[in-house]
Design a binder for this molecule. Structure first.
Ligand code: ZN
Length: 135
């Protein structure tokens, strides 16, 4: 498979506006977009750092995956996302190599990306996401 670069780092936060205040006020980054991703029950805020984004994730529902993550582990780094070439092939190759997939095919993510998650049980504990600009 062809991994191009780190597309973003996903960070679970309790309160999006408090988190934005830190990234903007202390780190001096600029929040260039806020997006509701309804099917993932999250509200996301994006910052660009070089060619990599920081994606802050606040849950919009108590039964969403981000709520559950924060309940278990507290706020913090949630997942690592790689920009890939041909996401369908990457998913297929990962499956062939015995990786447990959360998404057996790509689905719609934020920012016009097709995305798919690999289960952290197969990746050394890191929830891993593949991303590709939708064609
Ligand atoms: Zn992500």
């Amino acid at each position: 498979m062809k991994i191009k670069h780190i597309e973003h780092i996903g960070i679970a936060v309790r309160d999006l506006s408090e988190a934005i205040a830190y990234y903007e006020g202390v780190l001096g980054l600029n929040c260039y977009a806020i997006e509701d991703v309804t099917d993932q029950k999250v509200k996301t805020a994006f910052f660009m750092v070089g060619q990599t984004k920081i994606e802050l994730l606040e849950s919009t529902s108590p039964d969403g995956t981000i709520s559950k993550f924060i309940e278990k582990k507290g706020p913090g780094i949630h997942h690592l996302a790689f920009a890939v070439e041909n996401i369908g092939d990457c998913i297929k190759e990962a499956a062939e190599k015995g990786i447990n997939l959360i998404d057996k095919q790509a689905r719609k993510g934020a920012e016009g990306l097709d995305i798919a998650f690999l289960h952290p049980g197969s990746t050394g504990g890191v929830l891993t996401e593949f991303c590709e600009k939708r064609r």
